[in-house]
Design a protein around this ligand. Structure first.
Ligand code: AMP
Ligand code: MG
Length: 340
């Protein structure tokens, strides 16, 4: 039987029954975006919405993409040791959130882990898809681990500046997409478009209601199962004043020899996670936090991750790969509440 997750509170906006539903899509951050909204009389035209959405996404890319030469983060990563750098909005917000997540997760989530991400072939260079690419050896990993202390950035919230301690590579890929979703949703709301569903690369945020009075229903994303293994229980989520993000070991991965390497790296020992956690979905009011938490909990694994999520009241659903190939799930108490 399928399961339904619903918000504990209504966000207050009355439905606009029978109104027209609009949809736009495009590409950003190496993936796709999609926006649906309910048009109200006198609100922005589709063209203005497209321009506004693209502008929000472009701002995030221009500041926070490690893949774009000359982005703010790219310039910081190439800067000399001991230099201090002004951080613009919205990167300052994302950085502050990422540093908090690093602190509470004991460095399992680490925005300064870019050198490790690159080393394992998941950054701009080298890429695991390059001919002749091989996973790094022990010494290279040890060297990278010596350059990922997020505290050495000496973030100063008052002046919004950080220091390049030397060789630290920032990587916001685990949190920036979620923030981009929030920015787009808030921009739509400023246009008076309070009934909308925003998606960037599988991270979603919904506000208000569809024109049929229903919330924006989405299906939770499940890891693929091996042939003959029972699929996970279908789960529908009412995205009404809520966001959802999923991190998983199956999303970007490669095999070398007999070993599979996932794109989520545990910065504490410098290797891709390999604890059998197939995916973590997090539901949160803000997509930035859903995104950050889902990555952090994926690194921590089921046991440590569940303990931290419980402590912080995070609504999370863990999917564990059992030795016999079956998938088993665990919900935090906050997620159980959404399940009613
Ligand atoms: P996500 O899909 O949101 O879980 O983000 C995965 C991406 O975040 C990876 O492709 C890396 O660029 C980056 N990343 C990998 N491991 C970590 C980590 N432990 N902390 C922060 N970012 C990470
Ligand atoms: Mg994430």
């Amino acid at each position: 039987m399928s399961r339904v997750l619903v918000p504990l509170q209504l966000d207050g906006a009355a439905p606009v029954l029978g109104a027209r539903l609009h949809c736009l899509e495009g590409v950003t951050m190496g993936t796709t975006w999609q926006v649906r909204w309910v048009a109200l009389p006198g609100t922005a035209s589709g063209e203005r919405v497209r321009e506004a959405v693209q502008a929000e996404l472009d701002t995030v890319v221009e500041q926070m993409s490690t893949w774009l030469r000359g982005s703010d983060v790219d310039r910081f990563n190439g800067a000399a040791a001991g230099t201090r750098h002004a951080v613009r909005e919205p990167m300052a917000d994302v950085l502050q959130a990422a540093l908090w997540m690093a602190d509470v997760s004991g460095g399992a989530f680490n925005p300064a882990a870019g050198a490790l991400v690159n080393l394992w072939g998941f950054g701009p260079a080298p890429r695991y898809t390059d001919a002749g690419f091989a996973p790094p050896d022990h010494d290279a990993v040890r060297f990278a681990i010596a350059h990922l202390d997020w505290r050495a950035l000496k973030w100063d919230a008052a002046s919004r500046t950080i220091e390049q301690p030397g060789g630290v590579l920032l990587d916001f890929s685990a949190i920036a997409k979620g923030h981009a979703v929030d920015r787009v949703a808030l921009r739509l709301a400023r246009f008076g478009l309070v009934h909308a569903l925003v998606e960037v690369g599988g991270e979603l945020r919904g506000q208000g209601l569809r024109p049929d009075g229903q919330p924006w229903w989405v299906d939770l994303e499940w890891p693929p199962t091996a042939p003959g293994v029972a699929p996970m229980r279908p789960t529908r989520l009412a995205l009404h004043g809520l966001s959802v993000a999923t991190s998983g070991d199956y999303r970007r991965t490669y095999t070398h020899g007999d070993t599979a390497f996932a794109h989520t790296i545990d910065p504490r020992h410098g290797r891709p996670v390999s604890h059998g956690l197939a995916s973590v979905s997090v539901v949160h009011a803000e997509c930035l936090w859903a995104d950050a938490w889902s990555t952090a909990l994926t690194v921590l694994g089921c046991e440590q991750g569940l303990a931290l999520a419980r402590e912080h009241g995070v609504a999370a659903l863990f999917v564990q790969r059992e030795p016999d190939g079956r998938l088993s799930e665990t919900l935090t108490p906050a997620m159980e509440k959404l399940a009613g």
